[in-house]
Design a protein around this ligand. Structure first.
Ligand code: UDP
Length: 340
């Protein structure tokens, strides 16, 4: 049976891939996005886009009142760890406070299911790798803290009002729609894989490696890169699991790759060298983040279809080659929200 969903931030990188997955299974999707970081062209035909800011409370109320909603997916957020270290209150307010207000509005409007785009940045410098859902919470940046604020609000919304929620703690979302419709387009781009690809293509200056003196085998940070289509699939499975109650899942491939590993993978896929500079550490970066995703696998059967770094880089590269200007909507405010 067709279901109806509200997707905040559905014009953004991960959100747009989830919207595509919902449309593919025949659901009705309404995206709410302020298009400061999202892109109109990232909302595939079949979904409706409402250009609105979640901080506009009367507007949000009107949108939620136009239910019923089977569930709300909440992606809209500022998402840069480094930026959050420079502008903590912007993150705590725009992400944290706005997210809590969204949850309160959902409760008022009778929404019963909520899926949150959360983050591995909650875990700080964890004592054990890989990181399971029981690992100690100690956000390493205001960005992580802002997501924790929302997770905690969901806990209380569940306890007091019966709102069921899935908190999906992504490790490093990467890659692009294997069908080539969607990809990563941030302005400015700060993420490792698209930067390495553009550096290899000579479209930007050399990649600066942020820190080569970490206590890791090659001195660079280790991350768990997970394909954005696998993330989208995890959202659908987590949603179905809500019928049994609220869940929290860590989402990664369980494999760590250093910055230098990523550079090698991009070189292999592009057939070009990635020019490099070795730079200082970036504030807020934990040395190693690798997920234990056994829980979502056990409880929902989720398994990544694209666990290999080569496949992740290949889809990202294909998107870049086919869309050298991204979604081609620069100017008009895209990215003007971001100051590094
Ligand atoms: N990184 C880097 N140079 C860059 C961008 C990222 O060395 O220009 C490193 C960063 O320090 C981190 C890893 O690459 O260890 C992944 O960073 P990204 O910003 O892609 O994701 P994050 O881990 O912040 O979510």
């Amino acid at each position: 049976m067709q279901q109806r969903f509200l997707v905040t931030g559905g014009a953004g990188y991960v959100g747009s891939h989830l919207v595509a997955a919902l449309i593919e299974r025949g659901d009705e999707v309404v995206v709410v996005d302020n298009l400061r970081q999202g892109h109109r062209a990232a909302v595939l035909a079949g979904a409706r886009l409402i250009e609105a800011d979640l901080a506009d409370a009367p507007r949000l109320d009107a949108i939620l009142a136009d239910g019923p909603w089977h569930a709300v997916f909440h992606f809209a957020a500022l998402s840069l760890v480094g930026e959050s270290m420079a502008q903590p209150f912007r993150y705590l307010l725009d992400n944290g406070a706005t997210g809590i207000a969204l949850i309160a509005a959902c409760v008022r409007h009778g929404v019963t299911r909520f899926v949150l785009s959360s983050t591995a940045n909650l875990f700080g410098t964890p004592a054990r790798i890989p990181i399971d859902e029981e690992a100690a919470i100690d956000p390493s940046s205001p960005y992580g803290e802002s997501k924790l604020m929302i997770e905690r609000a969901l806990f209380w919304a569940g306890r007091v009002h019966g709102l069921r929620s899935a908190c999906l703690r992504y490790f490093n979302a990467a890659g692009a729609d294997p069908a080539g419709r969607l990809g990563e387009d941030h302005d400015p781009e700060t993420h490792l894989i698209p930067i390495a690809i553009d550096a290899a293509l000579g479209r930007r200056p050399p990649l600066t490696v942020f820190g080569t003196d970490y206590a890791t085998p090659d001195g660079t940070c280790i991350r768990d890169y997970i394909h954005v289509a696998d993330l989208a699939d995890a959202h659908l499975r987590a949603l179905a699991r809500l019928e049994e109650g609220s869940v929290i899942y860590n989402l990664g491939n369980g494999r760590g790759h250093s910055v230098r590993d990523v550079v090698r993978a991009v070189e292999a896929v592009t057939g070009r060298r990635v020019p490099l500079l070795e730079g200082a550490r970036r504030a807020g970066d934990p040395p190693v983040l690798v997920a234990a995703s056994e829980r979502i696998n056990r409880e929902t059967g989720w398994q990544p279809r694209y666990p290999d770094l080569a496949d992740i880089c290949r889809t990202a590269y294909a998107w870049r080659l086919a869309h050298p200007q991204g979604y081609g909507d620069r100017g008009g405010g895209a990215g003007d929200d971001i100051t590094l």
